[in-house]
Design a protein around this ligand. Sequence first.
Ligand SMILES: [Zn+2]
Length: 176
Amino acid sequence: MELNTLRGIRAGDPQLLSDKHRVHSAAHGLSSVLQMLLSYQDMLSRAEKDLVWHSVDFLMSQEQNCNWPAELGAIIERENELVHWCHGAPGVAYLFAKAYLINKKPQYLDTCIRSGELVWQKGLLKKGPGICHGVAGSAYVFLLLYRLTGNSKYLYRAQRQAIIFPSSHCSEVHRP
Ligand SMILES: [Zn+2]
């Protein structure tokens, strides 16, 4: 059960987490598990909800310069960091968007915005047009931020990513 493994966080010992939960990323780890639990929180008990929110805040505390390492406790090396939906800020941002939509705490929105800034600073991915580790995965973050804030800057940024699709930039695909 997902909630049982989150009790390692509550106990102050993240080492008790299962292998899946020691990975932060949206594709393979904790952030998507928490996002799903938030999406169906009406089905959780009060204690379970508390556990989920505690875990959301724990994951927020693991941010390193607007990004999250692929694995719990790892240190991000700036020159080699992954900024993909599957590993990194573009995927983890969805959890904090969901958290913000539910309880309106500004720090969750701030975390989303910082994630988007990193995606923009890093520029276009060179791994194809896909969502997982490609241009579309980056562009979706800007669409998410536009919906959250109404700031047209994010729509512009999404369009700048989309404009690349017909180009040769996207000819190199399927490289994770
Ligand atoms: Zn990927």
